[in-house]
Design a binder for this molecule. Sequence first.
Ligand SMILES: [Zn+2]
Length: 128
Amino acid sequence: MAASADCFYLEFAVRRCCLQCGFSVTESDRVCPKCDAQLLLQTDGSTTTFDIAHGKQRIHEAIEQLRSAVAQHQRSTTQFLRVVVGGDRIRHAALQELRVMQSHGTIFQFGQDDRNRGALMIVLKRPE
Ligand SMILES: [Zn+2]
């Protein structure tokens, strides 16, 4: 992780760095060209929060947002997604969707946010 200080994120290019060696890689790289680390498995342990409940979404729109957020963050180094689901309507549909994602191996785990009943936590990647 010490290497990440040398890593510059350019505004107009989707770039990231290998967390193992700090080498600059592109989003399409699956393996680091320098140290052969599996880039898709790397995570910095960070959490990203997003809200699928307070934009007057219909249930299917909320689930669409959930799917695209998961797909987007799978290519990043985020480890946890915290999803604000609000009341039971979207929460119920989101739980169903997450069960399917977990059975397909798309996400590693999910559960209730301990501190907030209106939010769910998704573990995208298994901690190393
Ligand atoms: Zn590397």
